[in-house]
Design a protein around this ligand. Sequence first.
Ligand code: PEP
Ligand code: MN
Length: 262
Amino acid sequence: NRKFHPEDTVIDCGHGVLVGGGNFQVIAGPCSVEGENLIRIARAAKAAGATMLRGGAFKPRTSPYTSQGMGERGLDLLMEAGSELEMPVVTEVMDPRDVELFIRKGVNVLQIGARNAQNFPLLREVGRAGAPVLLKRGMSQTIDELLMSAEYVMSEGNASVMLCERGIRTFETRTRNTFDVNAIPVLHHLTHLPVVADPSHSTGYTRYVRPAAYAAVAAGADALEVEVHDCPSQAWSDGAQALTPPQFADAMRRIALIRDAV
Ligand code: PEP
Ligand code: MN
């Protein structure tokens, strides 16, 4: 709460990458870690200016009959890529029993997915683990409820929480979710925690990801989380919203211009 904590929280995510307090970072990578293509995608993302690497190894899929991710092997691939490129790794943990594994592997930032935004035992467990947390807004979560989810993490002694707007469910069907750009200034008004925007899940379609990213940057997001894939038609998940490396590089050029202007 800004009333008791007026200064912005700055979170050290590893490899010297700070989020919050005027530092701006871009988290990029595929929706799912799929194998050897990870390092290629990560190199391209870094060359375009990404500062953190994302990828899902344990995937929260709507259907139990679709790929559930590579699991532990996916974490190893992420950590290898992160150490080669000196990029902190952000990856989703779904089960409180896996938190210890993620910490042991050296995962830099524990992502809590939208579907687990109110999984209170999981929130408490990542709170106890102490590593920085990227907390995604639940798909039907109000801003106040999101803040209470953050309190679950922080009440266990972990103040390193980033809040992520990733789109909410509304009556609109032309996009996968509705990007609540308002949440960015509202969260900055209410809290000292860094605010991250995810234009990929917010829109669901490659063609809308860049405009949403630009809006998020103009609205003051402290970081973006963007899905990038070198062959979206073959992606295990979320290919429809992936940017190719050239599209991502194009986005990064315009983001730099917007950052200079605001
Ligand atoms: C993801 O980042 O790939 C993801 C599953 O996001 P969300 O939890 O926001 O749907
Ligand atoms: Mn995804």
